[in-house]
Design a protein around this ligand. Structure first.
Ligand code: PLP
Length: 368
């Protein structure tokens, strides 16, 4: 069987380093925040090319606090996309603001900037593009429009560690960028984790206070804050893994190139496109297929595990039906939800496994 991802393989490849880092934190007793988390913040900020990084407990918390730091609250609107993980919209709802969806671009699966201006209202406070699958949204027109209307741009970079747009790292383009370290992400903790990166001193200060009960000094609470702190053990593990991230990203890119070569002539699937001004980090390698569900069943029979990211766009989720959207509102997102299939991709995958998966996809053409 070829798994969709293999977290055990990654741990095995760096076991000694991880174990030593964990034992060090156990001995230091800095279990929440502490020196390892502070060092990780400095190193991740440097990786993203930003002045600040503030570590939190999840990617969702990173989004929530960034929105609050940008002044988003009840009665406001935040423009985002319906084709993403549900957390993007939920974080907006946590602030009391309303998510306003616009459709995606059919090639990159990210926000279609052409749709942006028409959905701006006097209540719009922020725009939240999602760098889906590991490729950035088209940031230049989004930033330009946001500047013209005085809107904050908060990047959902939860799938895009190390992705680049016109030579700039994801997360450092808008007022802030939010990352997740959920175990399956390109940089994953051994548990939950997240971070906000920013070049804005005031935004950083606000997020830093809000993650730790709104206090500037211990027991002096300036703001109504949250307990969104990162664990010391996760900080130490993430420091170790960050040192391997570029190598892992290059392995993902290599696997993606091989898939794309092997599937180029396929009559059955369309392969992902990496645009020339971007560095795609392939958190997900999603192909498009008209009979997606059949292909997925056939691959299971061939011993290939796949994923669906995502089968139901957020505007059609029962949890968000109060927003008042209907089927047909975002045809590009709805078609993507029907047609995308995520093939296995992770750094420790072998070239042979990539070829086996591609073979299995191609083979089904002959069965039909
Ligand atoms: C993973 C993810 C999140 C949420 O991150 P958590 O760490 O699971 O809270 C948000 N947005 C996107 C696009 C994600 O992929």
């Amino acid at each position: 069987m070829i798994p969709f991802l293999d977290l055990k393989a990654q741990y095995a490849s760096i076991k000694d380093e991880i174990d030593a880092a964990v034992l060090n934190v156990l001995g230091s007793a800095q279990y929440v925040l502490g020196e390892e988390v502070a060092a990780f913040e400095r190193e991740f900020a440097a990786y993203c090319g930003t002045r600040h990084a503030i570590a939190v407990n999840t990617g969702t918390s990173a989004l929530h606090l960034s929105l609050l730091a940008a002044g988003v609250g009840p009665g406001d609107e935040v423009i985002t996309v319906p084709f993403t993980f549900v957390a993007t919209a939920s974080a907006i709802c946590y602030t009391g603001a309303r998510p306003v969806f616009i459709d995606i671009d059919p090639v990159t699966f990210t926000m279609d900037p052409e749709k942006l201006e028409a959905s701006i209202t006097p209540r719009t406070k922020a725009v939240m593009p999602v760098h889906l699958y590991g490729q950035t949204a088209d940031m230049a027109p989004i930033m330009e429009m946001a500047e013209r209307y005085g809107l904050a741009v908060i990047e959902d970079a939860c799938q895009a560690h190390g992705a680049e747009y016109k030579g700039r790292r994801a997360g450092g383009i808008g007022v802030s960028g939010c990352f997740s370290f959920y175990p399956g992400k390109n940089l994953g903790a051994c548990g939950e984790g997240g971070i906000v990166v920013t070049n804005d001193d005031a935004h950083a200060h606000m997020v830093r206070m809000l993650r730790d009960w709104g206090q500037e000094r211990r027991y002096h609470h300036t703001l109504k804050g949250f307990n969104y702190r990162m664990d010391g053990i996760q900080g130490a593990i993430l420091r170790v893994k960050l040192r391997h991230l570029e190598r892992w990203t290059e392995a993902r890119r290599q696997h993606a190139r091989r898939y794309t070569e092997l599937l180029a002539g396929s009559g059955r699937v369309t392969t992902p496109v990496e645009l020339p001004d971007r560095r795609h980090v392939y958190h997900i390698y999603a192909v498009r297929c008209g009979d997606r569900d059949a292909l997925q069943r056939e691959l299971v029979a061939e011993g290939v595990q796949t994923g669906l990211h995502y089968p139901v766009p957020i505007h059609l989720q029962p949890a968000h039906e109060d927003l008042g959207y209907r089927a047909g509102d975002f045809p590009v997102a709805e078609a993507a939800a029907r047609e995308v299939l995520s093939l296995p991709i992770y750094p420790e995958m072998t070239q042979r496994q990539v070829e086996q998966v591609a073979d299995a996809v191609e083979q089904e053409i002959h069965v039909h």
